[in-house]
Design a protein around this ligand. Structure first.
Ligand code: NAD
Length: 499
């Protein structure tokens, strides 16, 4: 049985707790590795060592730190297939999708090469007589990143790139479900020239997370995961005065206006609803067609597309549309919610409940589901299902559709499909959602913009990547300097030797 250890001080380090977690192959349901789970004291030791390493790293000039990022870009590209294969085998997503996971993380490392520019402060001369004022951005020290299972390369890289390039040391606590890729990334950072101890990967569960939250050394926590845990982390981190940004769950709506190109909208919905088995925080899980006729035509176009979806293991080739969900528990939860939807009166237009894949009967595969006539009081509308289940809520008007988006507790992403610029503009301006797509179903901002949701999808200030990340991982010091006049000599008209 393969063992996954912690990555401490530049090397794999077996845990001492005696506690482990099973890492599954979601396609077969078999355990493929055992993961060490850290104790509080193991976490504390990793932090102490990181704090020692950070002193020199924080004082290294930004250009040299940026060069580590440059080399990291080369190494990730070199190992892209290796990383994606491991990612698919532990997460279950298709191979092209796994490459996309690595790629979107890589783009933030590319952005972090610009750290020297992003870390510059401001300056004004002559703020008063003999007075200049300037600000500088300094690293925080040791920061923690706690990441979810659904993007095991992208989200750790979103944290590590800006935090490390800003001169911090990072303790990464990745998801227990797919922990190997984060270790591989840490090994690549070492190869890229990152000094030992500056990046520690500590594996664990609540015990390890609580140790990070309670540590007086850790200065900031970047969390991504489900909303209840995001809120818990935000509150507990605040008790020791930490800076925290905690991103949570989602229920992303896509409005389809009567003037939309319905073939385009249906294609977009299928990709955004079922890609990665619906296990994306930016997945579209609610379709909101405006008007009965739009709804009828949309459902008519969706059904054959959904019935054609190819569900299978990543090893079956690149024409698989999506793979298994991450665990047996996730599968059971999705199917429980589907039953609840039926009980509460939603119309199950595509029923994936009996889906089974020959040869992979023990895998965590879930067939695609499409619900019609879902209403806002139903559990399948209120809850994040995080599976291949798309709900259709019919709206009578644009205002009713907008109201659904506005009233939902989550505010991560949303989209509108229309040919009318005025409607699109109004929607983008008025909706209370962090990321908006106009004829784009999954509007994930590129690395040089920032990523973050509103309402229960994001706690704290400042988003992930883009310039916000550099603000989050540094603090501002403002210096006011006064050099009184009268100490310099009078005018001199000849060159003087510098002594
Ligand atoms: P999760 O909340 O179960 O786990 C996230 C992290 O928190 C993991 O590292 C886990 O070990 C840790 N954790 C879990 N329970 C804990 C507890 N009781 N105390 C302390 N730590 C705990 O989330 P997940 O299932 O890994 O990921 C899926 C969720 O993440 C979905 O809700 C999805 O929408 C969300 N997500 C959000 C974004 C975003 O940017 N908003 C991005 C990706 C995923």
């Amino acid at each position: 049985m393969r063992a996954v250890h912690h990555w401490i001080d530049g090397k794999e380090q077996p845990g001492t707790s005696g506690r482990t977690a099973d890492v599954f192959n979601p396609a077969t349901g078999e355990v493929q590795a055992r993961l060490d789970l850290a104790t509080r004291s193991e976490v504390d030791e990793a932090i102490a060592s990181a704090a020692r390493a950070q002193v020199k790293w924080g004082a290294t000039n930004p250009q040299r730190r940026a060069r580590v990022m440059m080399e990291m870009v080369r190494l990730i590209n070199r190992d892209m297939d290796k990383l994606a294969e491991m990612l698919s085998s532990e997460h279950g997503k298709t191979f092209p999708d796994a490459k996309g996971d690595v790629q979107r993380g890589l783009e933030v490392i590319e952005f972090a090469i610009g750290a020297p520019h992003l870390l510059k402060g401001e300056f004004i001369d002559g703020a008063g007589p003999g007075i200049d004022m300037y600000s500088m951005r300094q690293p925080l020290g040791v920061v923690a990143a706690i990441t979810p299972f659904n993007f095991p390369a992208m989200i750790p890289l979103w944290k590590m790139g800006p935090a490390l390039a800003s001169g911090n040391a990072v303790i990464l606590k990745p998801s227990e479900r797919d922990p190997t890729v984060p270790n591989m990334l840490a090994a690549l950072f070492k190869e890229a020239g990152l000094p030992d101890g500056v990046l520690q990967v500590v594996h664990g569960d609540k015990e390890a997370v609580d140790a990070l939250l309670d540590s007086e050394v850790i200065q900031a926590v970047g969390f991504v995961g489900s909303t209840p845990i995001a809120q818990y982390i935000y509150e507990r981190a605040a008790q020791t005065g930490k800076r925290a940004q905690c991103f949570g769950g989602a229920k992303n709506h896509m409005i389809i206006m009567p003037d939309a190109d319905l073939d385009q909208a249906a294609d977009a919905l299928v990709g955004a609803g079922y890609g990665a088995a619906g296990e994306r925080c930016m997945a579209i899980s609610v379709a909101v067609p405006v008007g009965e006729e739009t709804a009828d035509r949309l459902i008519e176009k969706l059904v054959p597309r959904i019935e054609k979806l190819k569900v299978g293991p990543w090893t079956a080739g690149n024409d698989i549309d999506y793979g298994p969900v991450v665990t047996a528990a996730a599968k059971a939860n999705i199917l429980r919610l589907v039953e609840r939807g039926v009980e509460q009166g939603a119309e199950l237009v595509v029923d994936g409940r009996d889906f089974s894949l020959q040869g992979y009967e023990n895998g965590f595969f879930v067939g695609p589901h499409l619900f019609d006539r879902v209403t806002p009081d139903m559990d399948i509308y209120k809850t994040e299902i995080f599976g291949p289940v798309l709900s259709t809520v019919r709206a009578k008007s644009y205002d009713e559709a907008l109201d659904l988006v506005m009233s939902h507790e989550y505010g991560n992403g949303t989209a509108i499909f229309t040919r009318d610029g005025d409607t699109a503009r109004d929607f983008a301006s008025r909706c209370n959602i962090g990321m908006v797509g106009i004829n784009v179903p999954i509007p994930v901002p590129l690395a040089y913009f920032t990523f973050g949701g509103w309402k229960k999808s994001g706690f704290g200030d400042l988003n992930q990547h883009g310039p916000d990340a550099f603000r989050f991982y540094t603090r501002t010091k403002t210096v006011t300097s006064r050099w009184p006049s009268g100490i310099k000599e009078g005018a001199a008209f000849n060159f003087k030797a510098m002594d």
